[in-house]
Design a protein around this ligand. Structure first.
Ligand code: KIV
Ligand code: ZN
Length: 529
């Protein structure tokens, strides 16, 4: 009888804390809803003690998302555990996930504590968490480099104190498959009381072996896997959820296990994360990369045309990836557009349909063939985002091989027009500076990438921008036939997010009586907000 593997998603915790992947509150909630649709069993929503933003995200996700278990991370300390429990108050199914490093390297250089002290701390922390919450997970951080006998003692202490899940992290992505498998087999065989405990994998990809190690952990007895969408996470990332799930799905002939993940939601989850963070996956990324189902070599194309099974072990439909067929053009109506969106997994509301149709008509005027990828860009681009404070009305650049470039932009805010110009070394930078002059929130671009969307010479450029405003990073994404226009729109989207965040921070500060209204308005919104 195949056994179920519980999928513990940590995109919003281990994933989100990695450089370039941070999300604001609304973005985290949107992603949490998608993870719920995807069918994850446990959703780690954040690390409440880390910041007020993390606390709020866990609290709001716990209040809204009712099906999966909602986990909150806490170090093995009283303050952390109490804060995590506070954030989980409204959860239907809360879990406190507490951790403490157990390798000698961490004990000696990071914690400066003895093995005995650590054992006591584990018993205390797990016991305290258990006194609040019936579902407690314990992770001996850096388990992969922990002395085996000592690891068994630590796991024993955690189980005795009430942990119902034991997660054995390969924190630094160091283990080889047989080592990782054996660690699970040892803990399962040697820790008393393991029949009441679920073992869990948590692997990092420093040596490119995170997914292989996850499968090795399952062979060793793990029944929970910790992973992230697109494999985002510390350094080289965590094990990619979509890769684990599809390996289990495709090789069910030899793996007596299954997950409850809705595989047809994998592509949408990956796309959403890319849109929210601005961090795109590489073309050849397994399962969700643009080339994952593209057959280029003549021999391969010939084989696939004769029978797809020759070179395709997964169909694009299984992971919800739209096929590349031409679907719509200039003469397609609203009805056809709505139907196609439904096939792509989007149930749009009336205002969203109107907005999508308007954007579709604009695109169809410039582009003969509209592909599924174009539609996904349309749907992902605008209407699920935060309100636009400034919208781009007019844009013009002049550049040459010699000298500097000039950009002029006109932005609208609540019916009022603002225009300004700026010069810089290149046309994109000039456009960004002109935008800054109007919004009053100068940004620094920290990441900039351009991709083409859709096949053929009429493909549009998709530009992703990540920019830092007031010490915080925000992402934006846009598409156009004109690369500079797409860059300006993407930058403006990130500036709009920054303005929205600043406005929200200001409103809560002024509610607490600590900011003078005009001071804020004068500084960021010369025209008022
Ligand atoms: O990699 C790690 O060890 C972690 C723990 C906090 C579980 O992320
Ligand atoms: Zn980790």
């Amino acid at each position: 009888m195949p056994e179920k593997i519980f999928v513990f998603d940590t995109t919003l915790r281990d994933g989100e804390q990695s450089p370039g992947c941070s999300m604001n509150l609304d973005e985290k909630i949107e992603m949490a809803r998608q993870l719920d649709r995807l069918g994850v069993d446990i959703l780690e929503a954040g690390f409440p003690i880390a910041s007020q933003g993390d606390f709020d995200a866990v609290r709001l996700i716990a209040a809204e998302i009712r099906r999966p278990i909602i986990a909150a991370l806490a170090r093995a300390s009283e303050l952390d555990i109490k804060r995590a429990w506070e954030a989980l108050q409204e959860a239907a199914r809360p879990r406190i996930h507490t951790f403490l490093a157990t390798s000698d390297i961490h004990l000696q250089f990071k914690l400066r504590k003895t093995r005995e002290e650590i054992l006591k701390q584990i018993s205390f922390a797990v016991g305290l968490a258990k006194s609040f919450c019936p579902d407690v997970e314990f992770s001996p951080e850096d388990a992969g480099r922990t002395d085996r006998n000592y690891l068994i003692e630590c796991c024993h202490a955690a189980v005795e104190a009430g942990a119902s899940t034991l997660n054995l992290p390969d924190t630094v992505g160091y283990c080889l498959e047989p080592e990782y498998e054996k660690m699970f087999a040892d803990v399962k065989a040697r820790v008393p009381g393991m029949e009441r405990v679920i073992l869990s994998t948590h692997t990092h990809d420093d040596l490119g072996m995170a997914v292989a190690n996850t499968l090795a952990g399952i062979r060793g007895g793990a029944r929970q896997v910790e992973c992230t969408i697109n494999g985002i996470g510390e350094r080289a990332g965590n094990a990619a959820l979509e890769e684990i799930v599809m390996a289990v799905h495709v090789r069910r002939d030899v793996l007596p296990i299954f997950t409850n993940i809705h595989t047809e939601e994998l592509y949408a989850s990956s796309q959403m994360l890319t849109r929210l963070t601005g961090v795109a996956v590489q073309r050849n990324k397994a399962i969700v990369g643009r080339n994952a189902f593209a057959h280029e070599a003549g021999i391969h194309q010939d084989g696939v045309l004769k029978n797809a099974i020759t070179y395709e072990i997964i169909t694009p439909q299984t992971v919800g990836m739209p096929s590349n067929q031409i679907v719509l053009g200039k003469h397609s109506g609203r009805h056809a557009l709505v139907k196609r969106f439904e096939e792509l997994g989007y149930q749009l509301t009336k205002p969203e349909i109107e907005r999508a149709y308007e954007q579709f008509c604009r695109l169809a005027d410039r582009k003969k063939n509209i592909y599924d990828e174009d539609l996904l860009v349309l749907v992902n681009e605008g209407f699920k985002d935060i309100p636009e404070m400034f919208s781009l009305k007019l844009f013009q650049t002049v550049s040459s091989t010699e000298g500097r470039a000039t950009a002029t932009v006109e932005l609208e805010k609540e019916g009022e027009m603002f225009h300004d110009s700026a010069t810089a070394d290149g046309p994109c930078d000039a456009a960004f500076r002109a935008i800054d002059r109007i919004t009053g929130i100068p940004g620094t671009v920290v990441d900039f990438s351009v991709h083409t969307v859709g096949p053929g010479t009429d493909g549009v450029a998709e530009v992703s921008v990540r920019a830092r405003f007031e010490g915080k990073e925000f992402s934006g994404k846009s598409t156009s036939h004109n690369v500079v226009e797409a860059a300006a729109r993407a930058y403006l989207m990130s500036a709009n997010k920054a303005a929205y965040e600043l406005k929200r921070a200001h409103l809560s500060a002024s509610a607490a009586g600590s900011v003078h209204e005009n001071e804020f308005v004068d500084r960021f919104f010369p025209g008022g907000y």
